[in-house]
Design a binder for this molecule. Structure first.
Ligand code: BGC
Length: 349
């Protein structure tokens, strides 16, 4: 158990990047880079204790500087989509980057995974952590407010990877932070993830138009291929002729979780029968974007492995997409001086 570091090379701007390798008493390992505060590797034991790296990613810093698919990415200031790349706070309209046709995706083309962070490590009884912090200046990506950001990744001896986000702004702003890791419990190099099983504790999802912008309606999952209340293979229904599935090209939807917003609670799981690896997801956020890697096309990753369509699945815990433009959605507005504090835990068994 402990934390070690390793040089990760220089960014194109000449900054020295470092990898932080967190290890628990079971040999589970999580590797993060201070460039981007990204999750680079996650080594998880199977039922026989054999470790496998269960997240898609790259071997080099240069690849993380591009990373168009957001492997392991820390996403901000506002994850998911903002319709028309504009929103209004306190009567003032703000325009952000329309990096996905007319809409803004994940805060713009330069998301929070493209900046350097200050790092600090902590070793406690049963838990090791790395804390990344940075000041996102007023109007960066077009968002108001100097935002003080701290992301803390903790690996516990209970095989939990906990992510805590803490921010404070000096102006009213919007914040919606998430992690965009693509999981494949058989290993990042094992081909399609569709043979694995998923479960999501949600009775509804946010319906969208063709451009993946929420209509404002919540659609009941009952009787549809969107229903994951009981664990089932991801392959089941992913090719079905159901409108939402057609629009997403597979699963790419925000589930409205059955949560009370208090402490992080169990909301979803992913299971690989063959290896026996089980991942449970806990969060205090109201939504989770389930994205089944529908747009992955022959992306060359770690060890030259070619990642193909649906080789990994993301569980991006979040406030609903385009929430700023929907009064009936939980609000992403964070007032001046107010803390935005949320926790998501990926727990492995
Ligand atoms: C979105 C997908 C998008 C992907 C980018 C996900 O959060 O929901 O539509 O293609 O991010 O990698």
């Amino acid at each position: 158990m402990g934390i070690t570091t390793k040089k990760f090379g220089k960014t194109y701007k000449g900054e020295e990047a470092t990898l932080y390798i967190l290890e628990n008493k079971n040999g589970m390992k999580a590797v993060f880079s201070d460039f981007g505060a990204v999750l680079v590797q996650l080594w998880v034991p199977d039922r026989d204790g054999k470790l496998e790296d269960v997240v898609l990613g790259f071997d080099t810093l240069a690849e993380y500087e591009k990373n168009p698919t957001y492997f392991g990415s820390f996403i901000g200031r506002c994850g998911n989509r903002i319709a028309g790349a504009k929103f209004t706070i306190n009567g003032q309209e703000y325009r952000v980057e329309n990096n996905e046709k007319e809409n803004c995706l994940h805060g713009g083309s330069v998301s929070y995974d493209k900046y350097m962070y200050e790092a600090e490590t902590f070793v406690e009884e049963g838990a090791v952590s790395v804390e990344f912090s940075r000041l996102s200046p007023d109007m960066e990506q077009g968002f108001p407010g100097n935002l003080d950001i701290t992301v803390t990744y903790t690996l516990t001896d209970e095989n939990e990877l906990a992510i805590e986000y803490l921010t404070v702004s000096d102006r009213d702003t919007i914040v919606n932070l998430t992690n965009h890791s693509y999981f494949n419990l058989a290993g990042h190099n094992s081909g399609s993830v569709l043979g694995q099983e998923g479960m999501i504790d949600a009775d509804a999802f946010t319906a969208t138009d063709k451009k993946m912008i929420p209509t404002g309606e919540l659609t009941d999952v009952i009787g549809t291929p969107m229903d994951f209340r009981v664990r089932k293979p991801l392959s089941e229904g992913i090719e079905s002729d159901y409108e939402a599935i057609r629009l997403g090209g597979g699963y790419d939807h925000n589930y409205a979780l059955n949560v009370d917003g208090e402490d992080a609670q169990f909301v979803a799981e992913l299971y690989d029968k063959k290896s026996g690896r089980l991942m449970e997801v806990y969060t205090d956020l109201p939504g989770v974007q389930i994205y089944s890697g529908n747009f992955l096309e022959a992306e060359v990753g770690k060890q030259g492995i070619v990642y193909r369509k649906r080789q990994g699945i993301c569980f991006e815990t979040q406030i609903y997409p385009d929430a700023i433009n929907h009064e009936n959605f939980p609000s992403p507005i964070v007032k001046k001086g107010q803390e935005y504090k949320t926790t998501t835990i990926y727990k492995f068994m």
